[in-house]
Design a binder for this molecule. Structure first.
Ligand code: 5GP
Ligand code: MN
Length: 346
């Protein structure tokens, strides 16, 4: 992997007021990467702030900076403050997103901003023309893994993991652990190498696993049971299973942000299922969130971009449908039939 470290290092040397931006519905990798970058930059004497388009799940609160003045700024809570931070920044670093539209509210603000724009990400395609420097590869598990290798190559770290601070190290581990579903997908040799170095650095992997992965309520576990028993539809002819989650069901099971994390993976435990789709009604019913997963060579990234206004990776993608939840099954089954023919995966 070729990384243009000297350009990044010299942009950071000139920088002081830095904003770190993650994507809408921030997951562990978005949160881990903005948090790791925050701690690294603090260590270099900079003044970074983190902006997230929408709130994160409660269990990720431990990734917040210690200084209350530096708490992550959520656009949905205070869009004006987020916009003025972007406008006043000398450097804007986007992490774990490939297109500015993934910031939901800040695309125009970032485009209009005077600060240098840097991208660090592992999705394709990249909006190269919108950044002064883009560091992007799909040959990593996560943005956190990419950031780890970037930091290791920085002159001040110089390949010595002990020089990565404890909060930064912990944040990097969280993003890698969540994006790989705890080492079960998108794992590269470098991913284990990173994990091994971070654990040698003192990262408490069991503690993080408990905090991040074993953090759910009884009602969330019952919702999972309900979905698998009563909602999962299996389409053997298409080696596909899908589930729908409505706002009514969310209410019934006291749903909190993050509760549906991982649900889309569950049908893939069935040997005959090669594609899984999960549809969630948005709280204000304006759209339906789509999550797609696949096994092996089946490319749900193309499926997501063609039929679901989204994208992602070959085996894990997402998007949105602008239609009532009850119309989704017919649309999905039709789209699946067409796409299965195109992909020839049956
Ligand atoms: P998830 O299903 O976990 O929400 O998302 C899986 C993958 O798809 C993630 O890598 C995420 O970046 C990508 N993804 C999710 N939603 C969207 C979307 O609306 N647009 C695009 N382009 N990618 C998405
Ligand atoms: Mn990611």
């Amino acid at each position: 992997m070729q990384i243009d470290i000297s350009s990044l290092d010299s942009l950071l040397q000139q920088a002081d007021r830095i904003v770190l931006v993650g994507h809408f519905n921030p997951d562990g990798d978005a949160l881990g990467s903005v948090s790791a970058a925050y701690h690294y930059l603090k260590g270099r004497g900079k003044h970074p702030r983190i902006i997230l388009p929408s709130p994160y799940p409660d269990n990720m609160d431990f990734l917040e900076p210690d200084d209350p003045r530096d708490r992550m700024l959520v656009c949905e809570n205070d869009l004006d403050a987020a916009r003025s931070l972007v406008a006043g920044a000398d450097t804007i670093i986007c992490l774990d997103l490939n297109r500015l539209a993934r910031t939901e509210y800040l695309e125009d603000d970032i485009l209009a901003a005077r600060g240098h724009k840097i991208l660090i990400d592992h999705h394709i395609p990249v909006e190269l023309d919108r950044f002064d420097l883009a560091i992007s590869t799909t040959a990593v598990s996560s943005t956190c893994e990419l950031l780890f290798w970037i930091l290791m190559a920085m002159p001040d770290v110089a390949g010595d993991v002990q020089r990565i601070g404890p909060r930064c190290a912990e944040s990097l581990y969280v993003g890698m652990m969540t994006d790989t579903n705890n080492f079960s997908n998108s794992v590269f040799p470098g991913t284990f190498e990173m994990a091994s170095k971070l654990i040698a650095r003192g990262v408490d992997k069991d503690g993080l696993q408990e905090k991040v992965l074993s953090c759910y309520s009884v009602s969330r576990t019952r919702l999972m049971g309900h979905l698998l028993k009563d909602k999962m539809k299996v389409l053997p002819a298409f080696k596909t299973a899908y589930m729908l989650l409505s706002n009514k069901e969310k209410d019934r099971y006291h749903f909190k942000p993050g509760d549906s994390e991982g649900f889309v993976n569950m049908p893939l435990a069935i040997s005959s299922v090669k594609v899984s789709a999960f549809f969630t009604e948005n709280f204000d019913s304006q759209y339906v969130r789509v999550s797609l997963r696949s096994k092996g060579e089946i490319d749900v990234n193309r499926f997501a971009s063609r039929y679901f206004n989204g994208g992602g990776h070959r085996n894990a993608s997402g998007g949105r449908l602008y239609m009532p939840l009850e119309d989704v099954p017919a649309y999905f089954e039709q789209a699946l039939a067409t796409w299965a023919k195109e992909e020839k995966f049956l």
